[in-house]
Design a binder for this molecule. Structure first.
Ligand SMILES: [Fe+2]
Length: 234
């Protein structure tokens, strides 16, 4: 399982549900690897220690972002979907299928944040392989991609996310999407993201979003991004 497949759904299946939902529920249960019944969407563990990204992000910053804000989206989503068929499908599918409203907002924020944590690592690695070639083809070089995505992140009005995403042909593009919006809603595969909600940086950077975005680039897990890119084209 790739790290991005944080697809933990409920295995509680009512008799009135269709076979697709039952299958999804069984898959969700098997994903847990433990055989126990999942009663709700679960926030994945942080893929590193709370203090592993210092000095880019302090332990306190991640405690609030992961432990309060991200956790709240899962709590809200589970409350909204309790006993409903959507709780038996993957979180990713809930994001793709949900209409605008509270379910989408909380599901997308739950998924987006899990993706964001996976985009980061204590010591960043350089792009390689097919993704590196695609960056060169579509942006010229990594510096130009970094400049374009940083500009999207810094200039995004209000809360949202800067994304690198790929279409099914592997064409890369930068998107600035507001609030909980995600490339999944636009038929694109997320490859990399920068959370620019103020709660992502308010403890360490106050209002200085640009400084937070600058620090982001030293901690990018391009190996994770490469796996996501491969999934887009695979
Ligand atoms: Fe956030």
């Amino acid at each position: 399982m790739q790290r991005r497949d944080f697809l933990v759904g409920s295995a509680v299946v009512g008799t009135g549900l269709g076979s697709a939902l039952k299958t999804a529920a069984v898959q969700a249960q098997s994903v847990s690897g433990k055989g126990e019944t999942k009663m709700a969407f679960e926030q994945p563990p942080l893929p590193y220690a709370m203090d592993a990204l210092k000095p880019f992000l302090s332990e306190e910053q991640i405690q609030f972002h992961y432990g309060k804000h991200h956790a709240a989206y899962f709590k809200n989503l589970n409350a909204l979907l309790e006993g409903k068929p959507e709780s038996a499908v993957s979180l990713r599918d809930v994001v793709i299928q949900a209409p605008a409203g509270p379910v989408f907002n909380n599901a997308a924020q739950a998924w987006n944040h899990s993706f964001y944590w996976d985009c980061l690592k204590p010591r960043g690695v350089a792009p390689s392989g097919a993704l590196a070639a695609a960056i060169e083809r579509d942006f010229g070089d990594l510096a130009k991609l970094r400049a374009a995505m940083s500009e999207a992140a810094v200039k995004l009005f209000g809360s949202g996310w800067a994304w690198l995403a790929a279409d099914k042909d592997g064409k890369l593009q930068v998107l600035a999407l507001g609030n909980a919006d995600t490339p999944l809603k636009h038929g694109l595969e997320p490859v990399l993201t920068i959370d620019v909600w103020e709660h992502a940086y308010y403890i360490d950077y106050r209002n200085d979003r640009a400084k937070y975005v600058e620090g982001f680039w030293d901690h990018v897990d391009w190996d994770f991004a490469a796996k996501c890119f491969a999934q887009a084209t695979g």
